[in-house]
Design a protein around this ligand. Sequence first.
Ligand SMILES: *Cc1c(COP(=O)(O)O)cnc(C)c1O
Length: 393
Amino acid sequence: MNDINWLDYSPETQAIRAGHTRTQEDEHSIPIFTTSSYVFKSAEDAALRFTGQRSGNIYSRFTNPTVTAFQERLALMEQGERCLAFASGMAAIMAVGMGLLKAGDHVVCSRSVFGNTVLLFQNYFGKFGVSTDFVELTDFSAWSAAIQPTTRFLFLETPSNPLTEIADIKALAELAHAHDCLLVVDNCFCTPALQKPLSLGADIVVHSATKYLDGQGRCVGGAVVSSHEIIEKSIYPFLRTGGATMSPFNAWVFLSGLETLAIRMKAHCDNAANIAHWLTKQSQITKVHYPGLTSHAQHTLATQQQSQFGGIVSFELAGGKEAAWQLIDATKILSITANLGDVKSTITHPASTTHARLTPEQRLAAGISDGLVRVSVGLENSEDIKKDLSEAW
Ligand SMILES: *Cc1c(COP(=O)(O)O)cnc(C)c1O
């Protein structure tokens, strides 16, 4: 199986079979290589491996067979040439910035990205002379107007959190390339099971493996997927030097997560769609945000760009914050936790948690109302989730 060309196989098969180079022990399951370093055959072998003239493991900060297996598998699933794994999703995003940016450079970033991503660009890259402009995810002309001669890349998540707004990846990739910059997509919400940004023209995909790639809320990890050139020139040197490495144990957990990703994502989407449609018929709910609803502003685009509509549903309660908190506290099986992409359904109040650092005016502008509730729909029976919600409001 070590000489199979996995490009000839479908994603479901790649997810289960690719990446494992069987050792002389003939193991069926991928082993966890808990070794910090590797033994060279000779002084010359050590020298050749260190300088990259000979391939082979060196030191687990940047070469570990279990981590490599995860990287090879995810690269295939995202239709990228190469993948590098990181200690967390934030470490992966940091590596993209550290690898590609220098003082004086500029980034255009969606306003609707993960809160720590905003802080990373604004506060940390900002401290070293990189400026970032934040724009409305779905406003193409705002992206276009924000690009400067020093812009190195555009950065976005689609669907966005928590309102599930959809960006046109193809159009923004063309815009980026016309200005000699790159498009970076955080593919956390869809995963390659639903959306492949690189095949739509994006240059780099980043992941928080913590979410759907694990799928059972066990480990923190991240990944960057891109071309051989970008990884080799810009990302790998930073991983090797900066050291925000994924542990072999976590890689092993994520490898088994990838094996069931396609069927889990389908089940998450089916459950979420079922609940979103049901929510639209409830009198307590004034608005439901889900790309699978025809009422969603980018429903058509979502249909073209994604194979299904994802597992995240947000909705607004007429009673504002009081009603939202009361609902959250009264649910019995949904977990009150900020994590998403778990087999367990989770419920959060974005205005007082993920978006609490924004001023009320900023929240209003971002569409995060006080009555907004986000549910990451898990794999429990959808009737039980509906029962939990309807008995709670
Ligand atoms: C959670 C998350 C991240 C950060 O990932 P960590 O693994 O928590 O560091 C980045 N982007 C999105 C969209 C996320 O949901």
